[in-house]
Design a protein around this ligand. Structure first.
Ligand code: NDP
Length: 329
């Protein structure tokens, strides 16, 4: 390709501190969980990745199992990297993860050193990289001692296969213990990657304060609740939406009448502010500086542009936050 990144890409969005680390992350990151699997349209994929990078999105989030089939999102992204983003490798923060089932047998799932290393090696091959910027343990594994998982993550950093390590979906107390251990090992936990949106606010009570205290950043995933927190479903289920797709992660029956009442009320608030509901939802998760990055998904380049536009909107002051909370109560 003859891709040339937009020269003004670093004027498009603020880069946020990540806990007490030197790395800064773009306020909006792009996740490749959906829409980058096998059979995805290469032109569309390329357009989305280029749109993102042109808007200062330096952070791309992957995992071993993203697809479908598992592994294919990394292969897809590896192709874009090779064809057009390779000259920009030093401007990219590429994350991968292991923790969910990836292949048959005892070494294709969990939190053992065997699984984590084998999976990282596979991810590097699919991506065509010799290191990832962030490697995550994707979910806690009660059958593996925390010590073994922490040792494996620390060793990846010492071997230069990952620059930073992170945890995902760990409950507050376990995440705190792991972060303490990783710090002792000399490879402090960069970020906890956690589900966080107006519809999933559990981490506000305990997890966010603990992360702040420990100097660990937070990457908020599914800030739009998979698309519910947008105008997507206001008038039924569009044929090209996640809810209409084969994805088990957003099914039509999750779009309940009660949910729609809230979505409509939030949409009305966003309209009063002259913006989109999805932008309001992003502003919510980014209002606390402990959140380093809101990780969106997208099915087209316009959705990515809209997310970055949210960063220039008037902030949600206390009054607007109260109005939003009133809808959620
Ligand atoms: P979101 O909540 O941002 O949902 C993304 C979806 O919302 C898009 O696919 C699109 O749906 C819709 N959307 C996005 N922008 C707009 C817009 N402007 N207007 C209308 N609709 C919009 O995030 P995801 O659930 O996709 O998760 C994001 C990333 O987080 C993942 O890719 C992954 O990297 C990470 N993640 C991590 C997990 C973990 O366990 N660590 C688990 C889940 C996600 P449509 O396709 O219908 O157009």
């Amino acid at each position: 390709d003859n891709y040339l990144a937009a020269p003004d890409r670093y004027q498009r969005q603020p880069y946020r501190a990540v806990g007490r680390h030197g790395l800064r992350l773009p306020s909006i990151g792009l996740g490749l969980w959906h829409n980058f699997g096998e059979g995805s349209d290469p032109a569309k994929v390329k357009a989305m990745v280029h749109q993102a990078f042109d808007l200062g999105i330096t952070h791309f989030d992957l995992a071993n199992n993203y697809g479908p089939p598992p592994g294919s999102a990394e292969t897809t992204f590896g192709t874009v990297l090779k064809r057009s983003l390779a000259p920009y490798r030093d401007e990219l923060i590429i994350a991968s993860k292991a923790g969910y089932v990836m292949w048959d047998g005892p070494y294709g799932d969990g939190g053992s050193a065997k699984y984590l290393f084998a999976s990282l090696h596979q991810s590097l091959r699919r991506l065509g990289l010799d290191y990832v910027d962030i490697f995550y343990h994707h979910r806690p594994d009660s059958r593996t001692p925390l010590e073994e998982t922490c040792q494996a993550l620390a060793l990846m950093v010492r071997q230069g296969k990952a620059l930073y390590v992170g945890l995902s979906n760990y409950p507050a107390e376990l995440a705190a213990r792991a972060a303490t251990r990783l710090a002792e090992l000399g490879t402090p936990c960069l970020v906890n990657q956690l589900k966080y949106s107006l519809f999933q606010r559990e981490i506000e009570a305990e997890t966010l304060p603990v992360c702040r205290e420990q100097g660990v950043g937070v990457v908020a995933f599914s800030p739009l609740a998979g698309g519910l927190l947008s105008d997507r479903y206001l008038a039924g289920i569009p044929a090209d939406s996640r809810a209409a797709s084969a994805s088990p992660f957003l099914q039509p029956d999750q779009i309940t009448p009660e949910k729609l009442v809230r979505i409509r009320a939030l949409h009305a608030l966003a309209q009063q502010r002259g913006q989109e509901l999805s932008q309001l939802a992003l502003q919510w998760v980014l209002r606390d500086p402990v959140v380093s990055c809101a990780l969106i998904g997208a099915s087209n380049p316009q959705q990515i542009a809209s997310a970055v536009d949210a960063l220039n909107l008037p902030p949600l002051d206390a009054e607007w936050q109260q109005k939003i909370l009133a809808v959620l109560r």
